[in-house]
Design a protein around this ligand. Sequence first.
Ligand code: GRF
Length: 214
Amino acid sequence: MLETASALISPSLPTVWPRFEQPLRLGVMASGNGSNLEAIAHSIERGELHAQIGVVVYNNPGAGVVERAARLGLPAVLLNHRHYPSREALDHDIVQTLLAHNVDWVIMAGWMRCVTAVLIDAFANQVLNIHPSLLPSFPGLRAVEQALAAAVKVAGCTVHQVELAVDSGPVIMQAAVPVEPTDTPATLQARIQVQEHRIYPAAIALAAASHLSA
Ligand code: GRF
């Protein structure tokens, strides 16, 4: 079974993944490249994360995630924030899209917009995010650059429940990544992403298993 969250700093992956009554229905929100989407999809394909990706919502036309979603055979819906008068109006349409695809877990994977209570309240405690730092250190933009500027020896990534303040909310899983003296933002980011791809599917399973047994 999954270990408890506190034992999962630089975690090993579960040897037995939880099964749910029905596969989890995930809605993935992405703004950019989509490598975490792909990692989650592959975990599902391998029979690890017991889930289905119901829809991918993206906000930037031409983002890399569009091509990945197409290759993975996943429906992708563009909701371009530039066409909305407010964050709440955008989130309203995101919620409607997620509900229309029977989503119950919202997975932010490189979603580069602040979200509002409209989204968070519609999926209470079931909105997750991944951030490329060991939160609460280095929230916000350019987290890897922030870590290098602070000359930390250990960087990493965090999967957490989403609350209103940016990059805040209960931590579900973290992985630590040692910083090398020669690291640039690109080299450190690349090693952090390897860990992101490992822990995000496991963190979704852990969050869902804890939620259902709570
Ligand atoms: C990741 O580094 C994640 O931590 C941050 O945005 C990046 C998304 O990468 N929130 P990708 O689009 O999944 O490749």
